[in-house]
Design a protein around this ligand. Sequence first.
Ligand SMILES: C[S@@+](CC[C@H](N)C(=O)[O-])C[C@H]1O[C@@H](n2cnc3c(N)ncnc32)[C@H](O)[C@@H]1O
Length: 218
Amino acid sequence: MRDINKKYYEPLEQMMASRHQYMAKIIKKIYRDTIYKFFQGRQILDLGCGTGEFIHNYYELGSICTGVDIQNNFKFNNKKNFELIEENIFNFLKKNKKIYDVVFLFEFLEHLKNNEKKLLFKNLSKILNTNGIIFVSTLNNNYISKFFSINVAENLLKLLPKKTHDHKLFLSPNGLQELINKNGYKIYDITGISYNPLIKTFRLSRNNLINYYASIKN
Ligand SMILES: C[S@@+](CC[C@H](N)C(=O)[O-])C[C@H]1O[C@@H](n2cnc3c(N)ncnc32)[C@H](O)[C@@H]1O
């Protein structure tokens, strides 16, 4: 295990509670189940998994977990039902033969070029269970999201290292729908995310102008 890049990954840890809350809301609506029962025995794939901290929570709830990241900043060792793989996701997806119930794409799509985003969803359509679900969080594509995520968060408040984001890669909910149309997927839900820098807390919000969660299904 390498030294973990704290400046990069710490703000993401602050998002974890709101991710869990978001998924609980969606799982209750779609699967009529609690998040705790739902994750028992599920196959989950976390692409761009960072430290592996988020997916590890679902290993603890009884899921069979695979995380993939191009950099090894992993906080956990592999064990039965929990594997973190240091690899480019596209190499991983070429070789992978497993089918997954849940795919996490948290704060990841905004790091892929547009042709890579297309290729990702094409590949996901082959490995997601018929009744499976993809959970996404990403940055919306407009001047407000550019201002807050780059000018404010990176340059002014220094919450993230400079050049973490390239606004040309940001994705609006409509852009996301266009990307997944070809693969027969639909956006089931979009929910905004708001951030309070004073208490370093993310919350679910009606405002999806900056950052948002999306749930994608067949
Ligand atoms: C903003 S971080 C998000 C980490 C994690 N999903 C979270 O929210 O805590 C984006 C991650 O994507 C990884 N990444 C970027 N491009 C990748 C690729 N082509 N294959 C695998 N990982 C990639 C980076 O190394 C980084 O850890």
